[in-house]
Each structure stands twice: as C-alpha cells, then as structure tokens.
Design a protein around this ligand. Structure first.
Ligand SMILES: CC(C)(COP(=O)(O)OP(=O)(O)OC[C@H]1O[C@@H](n2cnc3c(N)ncnc32)[C@H](O)[C@@H]1OP(=O)(O)O)[C@@H](O)C(=O)NCCC(=O)NCCS
Length: 423
C-alpha cells in the first residue's frame, strides 16, 4: 500500500513539475504576438536561391564581368559614367554664378533645362548607337545618369529655395538666436563647394540638403557585415533558356513557373541594394538618415506599397514633383497620375534603351498601378489587401521583366544559329 502511495506522490510531483509547461501565448506568426524578427525569412530566401539548381543559379565572376563588357579593351559604360562629371560641374558652376548674381534666375533655369535634358538624352544616344555596350552595362550607365538627373534637379530646387529665403530674410530683421544656432552648420552660399557637391552625389539620397544629419563615427563591424551580405547576390544564368523556345500558347504556364524564382531574386536584390549597399555607403560617409525602406511587406494597399518600398525615390517624388504640383493648384488625382507617368517613363527608359527594344511593358506596368490601387482600396481590406499586393509583386512585376527577356531572346538569338544551339 505504501509503495502505491509513494508512486502516486511521485506521479503527482512529476505532474506538478510539468504543470507550467503551457502558458497563455500567441503563435509567432499571428500579429498579436508582437514578433518582429523576420531575418530568418531572408536567410530562407538565400538558401532557396542557392538550391534552385534547375534554374542555374551561379556566382561566376567572369560571367559577371562579361555581362558588363563585350570587349575587354573598351569600357563604354565606365567611360559614360566618368563623363557624367561634366554635368555635375555645369550645375555647380551655374549655382555659383546664380549666388553671385552674375546671371539672372531665368538664364540659370535655361542652363539647368539644357543640362538636365542632355543628362537624359546623351547616354541614351550613346547606348543606342554604340554596339560594344552590353544591355547590363547600358542599364548601369543609364541608372547612374537617372540618379544624377534626380539629384541635380533637387540641388537646383533647394538652392533656389535658399535664395528665396535670403531675399525674404533681407527684408525682415534676422533673429540672433537662429544665426547663432546655425553657426556650426553650413549656410547658403557656403554650400556651393566641390566637396559638398560630391558628398551629395555619393550620398544614398536623391534629396539635397545643406546639412545632412551625420552619424558620430564609422562602425567597422557594421561596414564589414554589409559588405559580406553584398557578396551573396546570386547571378541567374539559364532561367532565360526555356523562354527562348516559347510560343505564345505556352507562355502563361512558363511565366507562372518562373514567377517564383524571379520574385525571390527580386527580394534578394531588394535586400542587397536597399539594405546592404545603401547602409554600406551611408556608414562610409557617416550619412545619418538610414530610412531607405519601410515595412512595405505589410502593405494592405498598393498606395502603401509605393509610399514605403523605395524611400529615396518616394521622398524625391513628394518634395520635388507631387507637392509642387499640388501647390500650383493641380488636383490630387492629376498630381498622382503625373508622378506615376514620370515614374513609368523612367522605368521604360531604363529598360528599353539598354535592350534597344521599345515594347512599353515597363511603362504599362507602372501606369497599371493607378487603376490597381483604386481596385484594391475599393474592394479589398486587411489581409486580402496584403495578399493582393504580394500577388501583384509575384505575378505582375516578373511578367513585365520576362516579357522583355522573351522579346530580347526572340529578336537577338533566334536568327543566330550558334546562340540557339548553345541554348
Ligand atoms: C504619387 C505619390 C508621391 C503619392 O504619395 P502619397 O503619400 O500617397 O500622397 P498623399 O496625398 O498622401 O500626400 C503626401 C504628402 O503631401 C501632403 N499634401 C497632401 N495634399 C496636399 C496639398 N493640397 N497641399 C500641400 N501638401 C499636401 C500631405 O500632407 C503629405 O505630406 P507629408 O508626407 O509631409 O505627410 C506616391 O505614391 C509615389 O511616390 N509614387 C511613385 C513611387 C515610384 O514611382 N517609385 C518608384 C520606385 S522604383
């Protein structure tokens, strides 16, 4: 009898000892859990990419170089990038003349219009006319020129605002507290130096400011981590292969099958560009504002996605395009449409010119965002909205990209028996 009792007691203590192995808690993936660390999902993407063998993921430095160069003795894209310094000098020189008052605002504006037009047209002509430039090299050079266009446009606006403000200040007596507070800061026209200009050119932002917030020091560990992450960018090789022999009836099936690896690659590029590279450059330049993206993955509307995924471009659009349009009395819908039209133009410019192929897929993809945004906002809420955003990313964006890839291979490789055979 005693031993039975002992067993019961023992059992009881075991039971009591385990009584607290359950507690009231939410599953991690439900939003109430407060769980915010999604780093593992990114690692999962990397593993997925590396293991997607059937699509031929390969990191081969020689192939990377061959994407940029056809002939190792001519570096047309690099030359184009070096020439872009001329336009930077023209902008700085014009600003100095404007600050001194030796040219009028009207003349300054005319020089800027000319300079900015040439920034967009000159690389386009070079890429279209020069056969030795590869599509990737061309896209890189055009990307650099587009960024420069947006930066110099911002530079022009901000310096003009400074002149307007000094004129207003000159009319009203200045307050001593403000000027003493600003002493450690640069003020107009002290900012018109080569050093300040090149800091802005290299800084990971499109919006100019006289005094950017700066971090205290460069953290070596942070720098090395970002550098390491950048090396993980994988290169796709043969995902184009099945597209080459594609006929239009089988197209949908093929495209849908390629949408997933395409989307993963896009996610990795997002991480490498907007997180690793931008943070790397910012750390190196002690550039304080690190908000390069916000939580676009939680978007429940298309509008939220566009407000949060590419902050440098969104900031530029608001500051130099959308708000000025609203200020001159344009309506909200018109201004939004104008921004998306400009964005569509640049997307098309960056894709069509390097491929030397004008198909309007990128343009239409961007313009389709407006009716899509209206549809999602009108009919879908919460998780359904979020699913719609993901679906438009997973299906919509890769389809536009693959349309170009398909058209490019059909026009360039079908007639070439050696390439067709190789594929
Ligand atoms: C078009 C676009 C700029 C609209 O942005 P939005 O945030 O939806 O615009 P909103 O109407 O909500 O207003 C934004 C700002 O304008 C202000 N605003 C609104 N109406 C205003 C008015 N009549 N006068 C002055 N300001 C006004 C708002 O107060 C808000 O200011 P805040 O940012 O300081 O809070 C945005 O969708 C966008 O950037 N699209 C393009 C993105 C893109 O092409 N990216 C390319 C990435 S590859």
């Amino acid at each position: 009898g005693r031993s039975v009792c002992l067993l019961w007691a023992l059992n009881d203590s075991v039971w009591i000892g385990h009584a607290h192995c359950h507690k009231l808690q939410e599953s991690m993936l439900s939003s109430a859990s407060g769980f915010k660390n999604y780093r593992g999902i990114l690692n999962w993407c990397v593993v997925m990419l590396v293991s997607l063998k059937q699509y031929g993921i390969l990191v081969d430095p020689i192939q990377v170089v061959s994407l940029f160069l056809k002939d190792p003795y001519s570096w047309p894209a690099a030359c184009l990038v070096i020439v872009s310094n001329v336009f930077i000098f023209v902008a700085l020189y014009t600003e100095r003349k404007l600050a001194m008052g030796s040219i009028s605002e009207k003349v300054g504006l005319l020089i800027y219009i000319f300079n900015l037009t040439v920034i967009l047209c000159f690389p386009m002509v070079v890429v279209l006319k020069l056969p030795s430039i590869t599509p990737v090299g061309g896209a890189f050079a055009l990307g650099v020129y587009t960024i420069l266009f947006l930066k110099l446009y911002s530079y022009k606006d901000v310096n003009r605002w400074c002149r307007e403000r000094t004129q207003v200040k000159a009319r009203s007596p200045s307050s001593p507290s403000v000027s003493s507070r600003m002493q450690s800061h640069v003020s107009y026209p002290g900012n018109l130096s080569l050093r300040d200009m090149y800091y802005f050119v290299f800084a990971p932002t499109l919006c100019y400011e006289l005094n950017f917030p700066r971090s205290e020091s460069i953290r070596m560990g942070f720098l090395l981590r970002r550098l390491f992450e950048m090396w993980m960018v994988p290169i796709i090789r043969s995902s184009m292969k099945p597209l080459q022999e594609m006929d239009y009836s089988r197209m949908t099936e093929r495209l849908l099958r390629l949408a997933v690896p395409n989307h993963l690659i896009w996610l990795i590029f997002f991480y490498c560009f907007f997180h690793s590279s931008m943070n790397f450059v910012a750390e190196l330049l002690r550039f304080g504002d690190r908000e390069f993206y916000r939580d676009w993955w939680n978007s429940e509307t298309i509008t939220y996605f566009w407000q949060n995924w590419n902050i440098p471009v969104h900031k530029w659009c608001l500051r130099h395009f959308y708000k000025p349009l609203l200020r001159i009395g344009a309506g909200k819908l018109l201004s939004q449409s104008a921004v998306f039209f400009a964005s569509a133009f640049f997307h098309e410019y960056l894709v069509s010119v390097p491929l030397r192929m004008f198909r309007l897929w990128a343009f239409m993809g961007m313009m389709a965002q407006l009716p899509l945004a209206w549809f999602v906002a009108r009919f879908l809420r919460g998780n359904y909205g979020n699913a719609a955003v993901w679906l438009s990313l997973i299906i919509g964006q890769p389809i536009a990209v693959l349309m170009y890839v398909h058209d490019y291979y059909v026009t360039h490789c079908q007639d070439d028996p050696t390439i067709s055979e190789a594929l």
